[in-house]
Write a protein that binds this ligand. Structure first.
Ligand SMILES: Nc1ncnc2c1ncn2[C@@H]1O[C@H](COP(=O)(O)OP(=O)(O)OP(=O)(O)O)[C@@H](O)[C@H]1O
Ligand SMILES: [Mg+2]
Length: 374
């Protein structure tokens, strides 16, 4: 408690010195008086020695008594007052040595209120930070391993097919033209999906490392969405999906990279088709509140479990059900979507229940377009 009064070790030492000095001087005075009294009494009884002469205690003896006892008392008092702090410094040193040897689970005791206390606190924070960095590195390493095995798997599957079909066509010299063409087409399509996958991967790596230059331009979000839906008509028909596009304005202007936004919406739409087939309806809502543009891509049917809502934005994360249903995909789609939204200073959130799965993208409007939408 006493040590908490002082904010630096120097103050503690000075206080200990002053305290010891005051006590020593007081004690010495009492001591001096006692010696004087005792010497006087002995002298009166006629006692003579090297220390007690006929005029009382000899001054040189008195000086030696006072000096020696003073030094001993002062040293003892200083030692007692600083002892607990020195012990604490010693325990800190032990902790530092253990940390230096790689033990990061040590709880460095925090006592007092001086530099050593701050040092102890910093050591605890340092350990915490190192543990966090190591955990992040561990996750990154894990993700990298996942990436390598995932990429290897996803590249190998179509590649095996391409080699298989082409090898078969090459070895079967008596194949009729139609069958030959059929297998060449299959191999070609597989090679295409390989190309798509590698492009996606490269694109993602570029996005992740911010190596991508944004080509910003003025863009009508409503028009972009209409175009995207037009281009996907075939896939809607094929999957027997009805599409509703709800937007009360023909124009919501934003500043964005058109290609990237198209890629972002295309990922959301293709997910909605892939995972919302059974719901038979794809609904897209778009609106603006004067400051930002909000787009909701909604599909019905398959519900994303609550605990997986956060996880689906992670790279290579696929819900087990999607894997088992063999919907195809690398689990990069939503990670790419999130990167693109963030590059445009926007936000994305998802909600999924029996009323539908809603991906909501909010993008800032162009400054001067705050009220510009019609
Ligand atoms: N609209 C949706 N409705 C239901 N589940 C979805 C929807 N969108 C994504 N998911 C789930 O989230 C997972 C991750 O989606 P993401 O788009 O990142 O990967 P993917 O579609 O599996 O593969 P990729 O998009 O790379 O081809 C999917 O596997 C799927 O289970
Ligand atoms: Mg996807």
């Amino acid at each position: 408690m006493k040590l908490k009064l002082f904010k630096t070790f120097q103050q503690e030492v000075i206080a200990a010195f002053l305290g010891s000095a005051v006590i020593t001087v007081t004690a010495e005075l009492i001591f001096w008086m006692i010696i004087q009294e005792t010497g006087e009494a002995l002298r009166k009884r006629g006692y003579r020695s090297a220390m007690i002469g006929p005029d009382g205690i000899r001054p040189s003896s008195l000086m030696i008594f006072i000096a020696v006892s003073g030094i001993i008392l002062f040293s003892l008092l200083c030692y007692v007052q600083i002892r607990s702090r020195m012990r604490y410094v010693k325990s800190l040193l032990t902790c530092i040595e253990q940390i230096a040897q790689g033990d990061l689970e040590i709880e460095v005791p925090v006592e007092g209120n001086d530099e050593f206390t701050r040092m102890a606190k910093s050591l605890n924070t340092l350990q915490e930070n190192i543990r966090e960095i190591m955990e992040r590195e561990r996750i990154a390493e894990h993700t990298k391993n996942d990436l390598v095995s995932s990429v290897a798997h996803d590249l190998r599957t179509p590649l095996t097919s391409v080699i298989g079909y082409l090898g078969w066509v090459r070895d079967q010299s008596d194949l009729d033209a139609a069958t030959r063409q059929k297998y060449i087409d299959i191999a070609f399509n597989k090679a295409r999906s390989l190309e798509k996958l590698t492009n996606e991967l490269f694109g993602f790596v570029k996005l992740e490392h911010r190596e991508l230059e944004l080509h910003l331009g003025e863009l009508n979000l409503v028009q972009l969405m209409e175009q995207m839906l037009d281009e996907s008509t075939f896939s809607f028909v094929q999957n027997e999906l009805k599409v509703q596009f709800v937007c009360s304005t023909p124009q919501i202007m934003i500043e964005a990279d058109g290609d990237l936004l198209a890629r972002m919406f295309s990922n959301l739409i293709s997910n909605a088709v892939k995972y919302g087939k059974e719901g038979k309806l794809l609904r897209i809502e778009m609106e603006s509140d004067g400051r930002s543009a909000v787009t909701r891509v909604i599909n019905y049917g398959h519900v994303i479990p609550r605990e997986e809502l956060e996880l689906i934005f992670r790279k290579f994360y696929r819900i087990e059900q999607s894997r088992s249903q063999d919907t195809g995909g690398t689990g990069l789609g939503l990670a790419i979507v999130q990167q693109i939204v963030q590059l445009h200073s926007g936000t994305i959130k998802v909600n999924s229940d029996l009323r539908g799965t809603v991906f909501e993208v909010t993008l800032p409007l162009r400054q001067e377009e705050g009220q510009g939408e019609k």
